[in-house]
Design a protein around this ligand. Sequence first.
Ligand code: C2E
Ligand code: MG
Ligand code: MG
Length: 744
Amino acid sequence: MIAPKTSVKSSSWRSLVVPSLLILALFLAIGIYVITTILNFYYHERAEEASVLAKSYTSVLSTVIDAEQQIDDQLHSTLRVAGVTVSKYVQPFSQELLATMASNLDVDVIYLYDENLTVTQSSNGEYLGWEVPEGHPIDAFYQSGAAYLVEKIREDTVSGIPHKYGYHRFEDGRMVQVGIFASNITKLYSQFEPQYIVDKLSHDSEHTLLALLDVEGSVIAASDQSLVGSAIQPETIGLPISETQYKQITWDTKEYLAFHLPIVIKEEDAGSLVLFYDLSSVNILMLRISIIVSISLLLFFLLFLFSFHNIHRKNQKILNIAYHDELTGLHNIRYYHEYIASLKSKRVACIVLNPINFRMLNMLYGYDHGDMVLIGIGEMLTKLSVQYKPCQPFRLSDDRFLMVISDYQDDEVLNSFCSSMLGIKEKAGLFGSIEICLGLVKSEGPYDSTRMLREALIALNATSVTNRIQFFNEHLEEILLERDAIESELKLAISSAPNGLSLVFQPIIESGSGKIRSFEALARLTSQKLGMISPLTFIQIAEQRQLIIPLGKKILSLACDFIATLQSSGYDSISVAVNISAIQLMHESFVPDLVSLLREKGVQNQNLELELTESVFTQDMELLSNQLSTIRTMGIRISIDDFGTGYSSLSRLGTLPIDTLKLDKQFVDKLQNNEAQARGLASDIISMAHHIGKVVVAEGVEEQEQRSILTNMECDLLQGYLFSKPIPAQYALKLLESKGELDA
Ligand code: C2E
Ligand code: MG
Ligand code: MG
């Protein structure tokens, strides 16, 4: 099958790819947003943590520095108080007294010096008589004239043991030296050593690098001790000096968050702390988070894509069902509209294909066989569509197919295409009376799919066995409208009484005596809107629109009324012939309905005749034969109407239970003007019909000459305007009353 370029199919890949790309973009955006949000959050958390750490370290360092000073102040004050206390003491000193005082004043040693700076007393009994050498710190103090002094820790001149000493001058020129062993103090001090603190802090938090700077910016202590003594200028590494601000820097190929916070003790600048917060682990963690989030989103996206693909496939299936005919696999009418809308061709022709009488195939061979034939037609049309490109077949409904051919060269190509379409008949499994008919419409745009289909169907409606290809024209539409109106009138006539349906009766006379033998009942339909409608028209419409069964019943009923009137008026031997359509005759309820009607109306069966046209021979002969036999057994006579115009042959008629042949008017018309051939034919038919035991009626006798010829040919009965036109029942009765025999 040709793949048509329509919006349905071409949009199929787009409807999958476009949303997928959009969703991918959405997932990417969400992914980037989620990752950056998580990373920012985590980064700020770390920065906050680092900031808190930096602040707490700064606080610890300021406390430590402050504490060291306080201890120093405390020792200073202890040595000073001890010196003053000893200098104010008035009693003579002894070693015991000085030892007691040292113990009470919380110092380790007390030495008393005379005005020559020689040790006169000591708390430990040592150094007695030791003289202070020139240039010694004690000498320096004494010479300075100061009242007291507390020294920094130094080694004792004689013992070499480190001490912290304080001196106090007496008013009489003597002086006292008080001292504390520095080993105790050093131990205490070491607890407050900046390097010690920095090491401890660095040890506690491995991911930080610390540097304690003095006010000038030189490193006093650092986790990397090689930095001690060097100068870090915050500006050179771009550090802002703030408690809340920080910077991300790279140092020694590693990334850090750098903080620089001032250390202030008693509102005085006491240096600053530089803290580098190592981001390596943070970066690794962030990388892991990014990977996990990305993988999760990717899995989610793939899951989504999978579900989306499944839904899309199901939708495609549904779409496929929606646009295809289940039985033949061809595209359906819904798709036809889309197809036409997508056409860019200069000219397009729509051809509706319909096998006439397809219903018979279903009735005779069953629906399964009918389906096989429809599939066959679909296949044949598909094959044709491959030969004639661009061309697209559709199944409209039931037994109707549609072919759209675009950009064909000319009408010749179109006609040849139509012939090819008619040619698929046998190959598709259609045989016998089933003929293919084609309704065709051409358009050069703009293409209106609904209008084109409507017009093609109107054209199809005008086809028949003898006119199998019909092009659309506006006149057909008018006819159709008229037929529609007639259909409405027929429905009205069938359903209600009084109505426009009536019967007229035309006498059929014996050729020799001129006596009325029977009447033919002929239906009349009169509409207020349309006037008189020809039976040829309304009977055909009734047959096509499935109204012939109820209409035929009504006609039979009216005819029986006339028979009843004839009987009651004493014309027992006069019969009435009623025209019956083939569809009506073959209907299963025909015989039972007829039986009950005759019983209901109380008429004799032998007073009824049925006229059948030759079209009955297109029906199944076995079924027809059975039906006719049943009717014949009931005593009802059977005529073949319009004999010689259709399919029947005398040999075939011989085998069927038929009483009368009605020689068609066309034979009668040709009898005049010495048409020898026509006369011979009419004469042959009459004598051969007699030979097989049939009665012959000549129809349409208008001229006296015709009557004579036919009488000479021994035609049994005559019917025509020569004797009477079809007349209403009361006139028919009067005709019988007045003459009984008709002399023209
Ligand atoms: P038909 O059955 O062959 O009826 C004879 C037709 O020939 C009638 O036309 C009749 O009026 C006409 N006719 C009779 N003698 C002459 C004549 O000398 N000259 C001319 N020119 N015509 C003559 P009508 O009534 O118009 O009927 C036409 C056809 O309609 C009938 O042909 C019949 O096939 C069909 N028809 C009429 N009534 C019924 C009906 O009740 N049921 C069915 N199924 N068909 C009917
Ligand atoms: Mg007739
Ligand atoms: Mg006739």
